[in-house]
Design a protein around this ligand. Structure first.
Ligand code: ARG
Length: 459
């Protein structure tokens, strides 16, 4: 009752307090809430809306509140609902009437939008830095494996020989776009909503541009109703997280396959695996499996946010309080991935001999034969058919493609020359792939140089 003042005659029901509180999850906004309030009161004093002395007292007390929260010396009470009420209440309990001036010209609707934007701006920067760190780790591993040949897959079937470095660098590209997406959505996060009030702005002579500058925002919001109503910036942010999680999940699936007995391409270090409570021989790639599972949670957060907003009438509705649950969960999940994966990749042991053995399957070079025929003037469709017939010829006789004589090869490929018999070497096949962006030794070296230069340039 004390909380809502004059309008209310009855206390909120206990269960309803539990239902309405957000302090259990929005307390993590305290630094941003306090930074916002400090900028707000500085502006109120400059504009002559509150006395300079009150602003000074409020700012000093806000710093003390922040220090208390940092130290774990702050009591939370669900009766105070959210972080905004907690900080305001703490101010008033020490400063009395002076503290009661802090909320002039402000609503929790624009306040929470401000806090959330400050928080996500910081989180986006943290995420981008962590993604860069992970990319470096992938590039370092790619550099170590710059000569390691493995089968490349399509449809999970052996396709063509590739370099492991090329495979790893594909993920570096994917994570690069994730970092770009976060950087891009940061622009739309970085808009200052305070001064929008509950929905209609304020009659007080606030200086929104001052608050904007104080808090390092790019610009102020243009429309107060939009500023309190929409959460598209959070949706975009979680969309970027969901995409990053999807990339982690795909990488994980590769690692799971590669560490299976059937592939036996890598061994993850013990620190990232667990055993079975029953089967003594087991070593399971749990971290990778959990990443697939946790990715589902991040997708859930995105779906929750989109669903949360789709039916809301303008402007602020209390439903929006739930946005933070989804966003924080998605953020924590992806930040954990970004902590766990760099050391896991660093410590991953590559079984080069096993990869090489798998890549020695001459069928991986069938496309090279067809392309050789194209060079000799055979139309590609005919070349494809001839090599296909050759593959069948070998298969019917239970022989590998490199276990035939030139005469035998000529039964299906009349144009074949002695050179054709030398083309089943994966090393030679890769060496011939000189196109930029391909898996040849030279273009992969170029990719490595590109990334190393970018990192040296501070990206
Ligand atoms: N805890 C609320 C939220 O997260 C703050 C805004 C409350 N506004 C209101 N009019 N009840 O959305």
């Amino acid at each position: 009752m004390a909380l809502w003042g004059g309008r209310f005659a009855e206390e909120t029901r206990r269960d309803v307090r539990v239902y309405s509180e957000s302090i259990s999850f929005d307390r993590r906004l305290y630094k941003h809430d306090i930074a916002g309030s400090k900028a707000h009161v500085a502006m109120l004093a400059r504009q002559g809306i509150i006395p300079e002395s009150s602003a000074a007292a409020i700012r000093a007390e806000l710093d003390r509140i922040a220090a208390r929260i940092d130290a774990g010396d702050f009591a939370y009470d669900i009766a105070l609902e959210d972080i905004h009420m907690h900080v305001e209440n703490a101010l008033i309990s020490v400063l009395g009437a002076e503290g009661a001036r802090v909320h002039s010209g402000r609503s929790r609707n624009d306040q929470v939008a401000l806090d959330f934007r400050l928080y996500l701006r910081e989180a986006a920067d943290r995420l981008v830095a962590a993604i860069r760190g992970f990319q470096r780790e992938l590039v370092a591993k790619a550099e170590q494996e710059a000569e390691t040949i493995m089968p490349g897959f399509t449809h999970l079937q052996h396709a063509q020989a590739v370099l492991l470095a090329h495979h790893l660098l594909a993920y570096v590209e994917m994570f690069d776009r994730d970092a770009e997406r976060l950087t891009d959505c940061r622009k739309r996060i970085n808009v200052m909503p305070l001064g929008s009030g509950a929905l209609a702005g304020s009659t007080l002579p606030l200086d929104r541009e001052f608050v904007c500058r104080e808090l390092g925002f790019e610009r102020i919001s243009r429309n107060s109703m939009d500023a309190v109503a929409d959460r598209d910036f959070a949706i975009e942010f979680v969309g970027a997280l969901a995409t990053a999680a999807m990339h982690f999940s795909r990488l994980s699936e590769d690692l799971i396959l590669w560490s299976s007995q059937e592939f036996d391409f890598i061994e993850l270090s013990d620190a990232f695996c667990t055993g079975s409570s029953l089967m003594p021989q087991k070593k399971n790639p749990d971290v990778c499996e959990l990443t697939r599972g946790k990715t589902a949670r991040v997708y859930g957060a995105l779906t929750a946010l989109l669903t949360l907003c789709k039916g809301l009438p303008m402007t602020y509705n209390r439903d929006l309080q739930e946005d933070k649950v989804a966003v924080f969960d998605a953020l924590d999940t992806v930040e954990l991935m970004l902590r766990v994966y760099p050391p896991m990749i660093r410590e991953m042991r590559v079984k080069r001999e096993n990869m090489a053995r798998a890549a020695a399957d001459p069928a991986l070079m069938a496309t090279d034969l067809a392309e050789k025929l194209v060079e000799l003037g055979v139309p590609f469709r005919d070349a494809h058919r001839r090599v296909g017939a050759f593959v069948k010829y070998c298969k019917d006789r239970d022989r590998r493609l490199d276990e035939v004589t030139l005469e035998e090869m000529r039964e299906t490929i009349p144009e074949a020359t002695a050179e054709f018999l030398t083309m089943f070497d994966p090393q030679a096949s890769i060496a011939k792939r000189k196109l930029p962006g391909g898996t040849g030794f030279a273009p992969v070296r170029e990719q490595l140089e590109f990334w190393k230069k970018r990192f040296a340039d501070g990206l």
